[in-house]
Design a protein around this ligand. Sequence first.
Ligand code: SF4
Length: 279
Amino acid sequence: MEQLGFAGMPTRLFSCTPSKLAAFAECPRRYRMTYIDRPSPPKGAPWAHNALGATVHNVLRSWWSLPRQRRTPEASRALLNEAWISDGYRDAEQQAAAKELAVGWLESYLATIDPDAEPFGLERTVAMRTDTLAVSGRIDRLDDRNGEPVVVDYKTGRSALSEEDAAGSQALALYALAASRTLRRPCQRVELHHLSAGEVYTHVHTPERLQRHLRRAEQTAADAVEAETRFKSGGASADEAFPPAPGPRCSWCDFRRHCPEGQAAGPPKEPWAAIPVQR
Ligand code: SF4
């Protein structure tokens, strides 16, 4: 993917998802191991909370595929059994408890959803380009609220969220911009649907605020390109170009075993440690 840059020199658009940008911003070493190193270093064991999150997302996608008369909150139990991903759990007992918990989240959440309100898209891929970025991503649900597109992102984690998380999410802002381009109509409302807390957090962006998010994304992309150029040209070592950023997230990092600084930052976690039911 190339376009003409200064003085007729071809410059490459930085092709990315919001996750890729976040990875560089959070920890350049993790970014390198995920996106630059080939082969990528082996990851640790799969996380049960990721499996639970993926299962719930799959149920919410499948629910909209049911015939209209079967879109009831109670339908989620059968869908969950079909979609269940068993990776990472401690044992069958914890899985059974997690299933009941998830059914509770889903039934409560779906009781608030109008089954006639067909969204613009489910897990819909949207994309946009700027002078330096080609960003794409998949939106959990793109609602149609009287013709206005609304970005809906499902969350199943335990951490408390707030409206500031909706406002500050670069991913949601980029999705809104990309949805505007894809649907050719303004998209400024973004929502976090926190199923495990039974809460919805909303933010309505101004065009200026969306542009600020986009400029920050472009700056992160420029920093990532510069780091990769320095590394691949031999101008910097891997750790100079992509330094570690140790912190609390290191306990949950897929690449922790390849990272002494991350190991020193905190204790390892069992793959099932973030599942809300531990009995
Ligand atoms: S363990 Fe921490 S410092 Fe190391 S790569 Fe992962 S997030 Fe970065």
